[in-house]
Ligand binder design. Structure first.
Ligand SMILES: Nc1ncnc2c1ncn2[C@@H]1O[C@H](COP(=O)(O)OP(=O)(O)OP(=O)(O)O)[C@@H](O)[C@H]1O
Ligand SMILES: [Mg+2]
Length: 443
């Protein structure tokens, strides 16, 4: 839970808790000390009240007319004084201590928080043996409470200012540490996506600067490795093509003439020998086998080497490939849209386009169970876009790459292109994008 909070929240939560704890602590201290302080402050006044009560009682005892003496005393008492006389005669209202709150007093919750002790105290006044009333001490605490309230407000004010300042400093500091971290994160994402060229800005505190430098060094190493990898793939694919060309030449130059001479020999033999009996049957057998071998040899040659690219151009070679497919699979309706600009492409790029379409169509034939297929090759700006699609069942869920798809990937990566296998609108797509950089294009 805590880990999921943002860095700023993790910083501000403890600060907020500290602020509230400090306020609570202030409240508790006020509560503890104010109670004692009020009791202590009023203690002398309580003692004076006792002295006044004793003096009054003694004066009443020695007075000839105690009632008048008492009335004189009561009449001289200041109504606002903390010391008052409360009559105990029948009909007098019960004594009510002074209220704690007046017009300028602190709010009720604060007074409740302080738990002000009951400081009022009463000493009996007697005439003869009869208790005629009490000398009562009932202090006015509003000034003391207001003073405490003002102290509390000052404490809270200081705390608010301190907490605000701390929050601003923490916010600015967190921002200055987080921005480089965010840049670093964005940079690492770019590296993961294969963009090694955009450097991560080396800013922020030394620890983060060091990480940025390391990430930039990592990007440089990865760029080098990726370049090496592409060159290696390029070399591998070229070697593969060279080997196929050599093999095709051998088959064409060595096997072709041999098959031709066997066929010619068999024809000559059949013309000079009687055509009846076992010999005639055997010669026809040999002729059929030689023709089958020649046919197979031509098919292997076609697959091994797209002979036509150099002579006919890429577009015409692909058209030948498509025609072969139509002959081989008349049950699949094959349509195509080929950019005539393809004829301006040669070398490894042309080989790649040819092999890609060849393998994708072979896969349609072997795996798709499709009724229609479409080949599209177009030049858009600096890129060559190739789509081979079919309306078959699509790739199996647990599809495993064989030599065909692996070879396609290797060829495309060697040319810094991209290859994706998609399913959209009930069609299966093999989609390839190849950069044309450095390739002369003539429309
Ligand atoms: N157009 C397609 N429709 C449905 N499945 C396909 C299609 N193309 C390829 N696949 C699936 O992808 C798998 C891998 O294809 P890939 O060309 O790599 O190997 P392969 O055709 O099985 O054998 P090979 O190595 O001879 O090419 C296939 O076995 C097939 O299941
Ligand atoms: Mg295949």
């Amino acid at each position: 839970m805590w880990q999921r909070l943002s860095f700023r929240t993790q910083l501000f939560l403890p600060l907020g808790v500290m602020f509230i704890a400090a306020l609570l602590m202030g409240g508790i201290l006020l509560h503890v000390f104010t109670t004692g302080q009020l009791a202590e402050e009023n203690e002398p006044a309580q003692r004076s009240t006792r002295a006044v009560a004793e003096a009054l009682n003694s004066a009443l005892r020695s007075s000839e007319n105690p009632r008048r003496t008492l009335d004189d005393f009561v009449g001289r008492l200041d109504a606002s004084s903390d010391i008052q006389f409360h009559s105990a005669e029948a009909g007098s209202p019960p004594f009510a201590p002074r209220p704690l709150q007046g017009p300028h007093s602190p709010p009720g919750w604060f007074v409740d928080l302080l738990a002000v002790p009951d400081l009022h105290i009463a000493f009996p006044v007697t005439i003869g043996s009869q208790r005629v009333g009490d000398i009562v001490f009932s202090p006015d605490l509003s000034a003391a409470l207001f003073e405490t309230w003002a102290g509390f407000l000052a404490l809270a004010g200081v705390l608010v200012v301190l907490a605000g300042l701390t929050a601003v400093i923490a916010y600015v500091l967190a921002g200055s540490a987080l921005r480089p971290l965010q840049d670093l994160g964005a940079g690492l994402t770019r590296i993961r996506r294969g963009d090694y060229a955009t450097p991560i800005p080396v800013v922020g505190p030394p620890e983060i600067r060091q990480s940025c430098k390391e990430a930039n060094a990592l990007a440089a190493t990865l760029a080098q490795l990726s370049q090496d990898n592409r060159e290696l793939l390029h070399r591998m694919v070229s070697l593969q093509d060279d080997e196929r060309r050599d093999l095709a030449r051998e088959l064409h130059d060595e096997l072709g003439p041999l098959l031709f001479s066997i066929r010619a020999g068999t024809i000559a033999l059949s013309e000079t020998s009687p055509r009846t009996g076992n010999l005639g049957n055997s010669m026809q057998e040999v002729m059929r086998s030689v023709e089958a071998l020649q046919h197979t040899n031509r098919r292997i040659l076609d697959r091994l080497r797209p002979l036509y690219i150099e002579e006919l151009g890429l577009e015409a070679s692909v058209q030948t490939l498509l025609n072969n497919f139509r002959r081989q699979a008349p049950h699949i309706g094959l349509t195509a849209a080929l950019d005539p600009g393809l004829n301006g492409i040669d070398g490894p790029l042309a080989q790649t386009v040819y092999r890609l379409i060849q393998e994708a169509l072979t896969n349609v034939l072997r795996h798709a169970a499709a009724r229609n297929a479409h080949v599209q090759a177009s030049i858009a700006g600096e890129a060559l876009a190739i789509d081979i699609s079919d309306d078959g069942a699509g790739f199996p869920a647990d599809n495993v790459f064989g030599r065909g798809l692996t070879g396609m990937h290797e060829r495309v990566r060697a040319l810094s292109g991209s290859l994706s296998l998609l399913r959209a609108d009930d069609r299966t797509y093999v989609r390839c994008r190849l950069p044309l950089a450095g390739v002369p294009i003539s429309a």
